[in-house]
Design a protein around this ligand. Structure first.
Ligand code: FMN
Length: 203
């Protein structure tokens, strides 16, 4: 590989990928991002690879007062699917706080191909690629967020609430916001060498 300057495309891609962090609403400022920026993220998501051109990603964006509407629905669903003695008021409060501190809430769905010919795991993988694209574009635009998949964000109740079909999957929610300054963005990963089996010819 030839020597490259600091801002070479390789550097930019590598740094963007490495600096992407999952940032939670508690670390958002509470400010609102321009809708145009969110469209840029969604457009980046739309360029994810997918098998058979199914483009299975579906996004449900909530902004402004609609965030509170979604939070109320999430609370209702949490109450519906949780045994009464396991309902935690602190969790409900956090849900509302997280939603109001976010700029936009993006529900992440997978639209199942009519024929079902493409295996489901490939469709879910394509949606994950789309979310990664969205997240990377968010970082480049100075935004932050994280993919949350906890109860009730992947529930059938919420999937139905969003008007998705039985064969579709709801994969969680992306909390999007403006990050506070001075966040520690150090990520942690074990070495890639521990996760690779590499065989080559010995000639
Ligand atoms: C499919 C998926 C679901 C996730 N769900 C949650 C979640 O429910 N709660 C959570 O705290 N983090 C969740 N995360 C974010 C991870 O916690 C985060 O990626 C991990 O801690 C690594 O941190 P980093 O993204 O900053 O590198 C999820 C990530 C992915 C890819």
């Amino acid at each position: 590989m030839t020597s490259e300057s600091r801002n070479s495309p390789t550097e930019v891609v590598e740094q963007t990928i490495r600096n992407r962090r999952s940032v939670k609403p508690a670390d958002f400022t509470g400010a609102t991002l321009p809708d145009e920026a969110v469209w840029k993220m969604l457009s980046a998501a739309n360029w994810a690879p997918n098998h058979g051109r199914t483009e299975p990603w579906r996004f449900f964006v909530y902004s402004g007062e609609q965030k509170a509407t979604l939070a109320a629905a999430l609370e209702q669903m949490y109450r519906q699917i949780t045994p009464v003695d396991e309902i935690k008021p602190s969790k409900i409060q956090k849900l509302h706080d997280n939603c109001s501190k976010s700029s936009h809430l993006i529900m992440i769905g997978m639209k199942r191909q009519e024929s079902g010919k493409i295996p489901e795991f490939e469709e879910i993988a394509a949606v994950a690629c789309a979310v990664q694209n969205l997240h990377l574009m968010a970082v480049v635009l100075g935004a932050a967020g994280y993919w949350s998949s906890g109860t009730p964000l992947c529930s059938d109740e919420l999937r139905r609430y969003l008007g998705m079909a039985d064969a579709d999957r709801l994969l969680g929610m992306f909390y999007l916001g403006c990050p506070q300054d001075n966040l520690n963005s150090q990520g942690v990963r074990t070495p890639i060498e521990d996760k690779v089996v590499w065989k080559s010819t010995s000639t």
